[in-house]
Design a protein around this ligand. Structure first.
Ligand SMILES: [Zn+2]
Ligand SMILES: [Zn+2]
Length: 213
């Protein structure tokens, strides 16, 4: 199967259970039969989004229940893995833990489901094995935030000097003037002596009531 060989990097010599592939033969095909699977895999590559992902080589823990149903093998359970991310507010790297729930049907060959769906919609049981890697990649991608934060209340960076506000403290500020007042200050406060009288004369001329009085 092309999808499977794609996901098993040069893995012809590897044992079958490498790379998130599980053997379902011992489950049998009688509907209702269940088996729990607890297993740890090493992520064969980085899994996730641009700013946050399970790093390559990290331990991915699976606590799953495999259940035989009439159309295939229903996989449900939890995936736990460490995350490495970069905070969009303070730009600092951070670590986190991912826990996500998984529910996925793998269709038996020659089942109605197999005949009426595409392989990229419903994954397949292939030679009594299921490959969880594409399923996990999709589920992790959906579970992770597009805008990761090191903490929900991350203060981010100072917009003036770029210092991390978590380090600089909450009283960090700059002596800057509101831009609406900065113009007036330049005119009256710190304006040079030569321009000041000129401005005043102009103001008087433009004000008709000033001369009439
Ligand atoms: Zn942050
Ligand atoms: Zn600052």
């Amino acid at each position: 199967m092309s999808a499977r060989s794609q996901h098993r990097r040069g893995g012809s010599a590897r044992p079958v259970d490498a790379d998130f592939v599980l053997d379902t033969l011992s489950l049998g095909r009688r509907p209702g039969t269940m088996r729990t699977v607890t297993r740890t895999f090493s992520a064969p590559a980085r899994i996730g989004l641009d700013l946050i992902a399970i790093p390559e080589g990290a331990q991915v823990d699976l606590d799953l229940t495999l259940q035989s149903v009439s159309e295939g093998v229903l996989v449900s359970g939890e995936v736990n893995a460490p995350l490495e991310g970069e905070c969009v507010r303070c730009l600092e790297p951070f670590e986190d833990l991912l826990t996500l729930s998984l529910t996925e049907l793998f269709a038996y060959p020659d089942s109605t489901t197999e005949q009426t769906t595409e392989e990229d919609e419903i994954p397949r049981v292939v030679d009594d094995h299921i490959d969880l890697e594409p399923v996990i990649i999709d589920a992790v991608g959906l579970a992770l935030p597009l805008q990761p934060l090191c903490s929900p209340d991350c203060l981010g960076l100072c917009s003036e000097c770029g210092v991390r506000l978590a380090i600089a403290g909450s009283d960090h500020r700059h002596e800057t003037m509101d831009p609406r007042w900065a113009g007036l200050a330049a005119k009256f406060g710190s304006g040079s002596a030569s321009t000041e009288p000129e401005t005043r004369a102009e103001d008087a001329r433009l004000d008709p009531t000033a001369e009439e009085k």
